[in-house]
Design a protein around this ligand. Structure first.
Ligand SMILES: C[S@@+](CC[C@H](N)C(=O)[O-])C[C@H]1O[C@@H](n2cnc3c(N)ncnc32)[C@H](O)[C@@H]1O
Length: 242
């Protein structure tokens, strides 16, 4: 058992994580993209809306999902290695993300963005952030946090804190989407072990009922080719912050 601080997040091998998870579009991510896209398209946003993605790592698709709706998107990341990767990718994202964008562009709102690379470069910023410690008065209009709360610790209290701090970054009523690995036993990146807390839909429900309204839960089965051993599926929740 170990908490977030016991791991060397600056030694996170960004390229290895990307290669393993996002070099190609997997069925689970396609499913999640479809649901998040349709959820965000059903919301109304202020023209000045600002988005936030927490623990972005080397996953650009939550930011791409928010792109049509936000004047700026803050990518909050603790790991220096992942921040360096993000600075490079924001400048011009790699071809692997085109498959993810194509799923989003099945909706007109996304298709209307002719140059998503230019749009992301102009609108995204990267910031060092510790979801367990950092505090701000700033509030965002829409937010995402994918595979973070359960995948940065084995401690239940830190899982709970991450969810509370994430929701506290958003304005009351703001739409959000979060994803989780279900029953994960931890994961390896570049030969280095990283932690996870084994949670299921009931755990997410229990944590979120006091934090969100209009919550919808989705469970995504592991596909025919699971990304890694030691998890049983993915969980997606979306709703509005209380
Ligand atoms: C399993 S990865 C998920 C990355 C990405 N969001 C995705 O969907 O694949 C966990 C991420 O959380 C970041 N992280 C670890 N500890 C954190 C903390 N205390 N605050 C914010 N992010 C943290 C890691 O650097 C990593 O990018």
């Amino acid at each position: 058992m170990a908490g977030n601080a016991a791991y060397d997040w600056d030694a996170f091998d960004s390229e290895d994580y990307l290669e393993h998870n996002y070099a190609e579009l997997h069925d689970e991510d396609r499913h999640i993209l479809n649901v998040v896209r349709d959820f965000l398209c059903s919301q109304s946003f202020d023209p000045e809306a600002r988005g936030v993605d927490v623990g972005t790592g080397t996953n650009l698709y939550p930011a791409l999902a928010m792109l049509p709706f936000c004047q700026d998107i803050s990518l909050l990341e603790f790991s220096g290695a992942n921040r360096d990767w993000l600075f490079r990718q924001i400048n011009r994202f790699s071809a692997n993300w085109d498959a993810f964008w194509r799923v989003l562009a099945e909706q007109d709102t996304y298709r209307a963005i002719v140059e998503p690379r230019d749009r992301l470069r102009r609108r995204a910023t990267v910031r060092k952030w510790d979801i367990l410690e950092s505090v701000t008065e700033e509030k965002w209009d829409v937010g995402t946090m994918f595979f973070v709360a359960e995948s940065i610790t084995t401690f239940r209290e830190e899982f709970t804190t991450s969810l509370g701090r994430f929701c506290a970054l958003l304005k009351p009523g703001a739409p959000f989407a979060m994803t989780f690995m279900e029953n994960s036993q931890g994961y390896e990146v570049g030969g280095r072990a990283f932690p996870a807390l084994g949670i299921d839909v009931a755990d997410v429900r229990e944590e979120m009922w006091g934090l969100g309204n209009g919550l919808e839960f989705h469970r995504v089965d592991v596909g025919s080719q699971p990304l890694r051993d030691g998890y049983s599926g993915m969980i997606l929740v979306h709703g509005h912050v209380k």
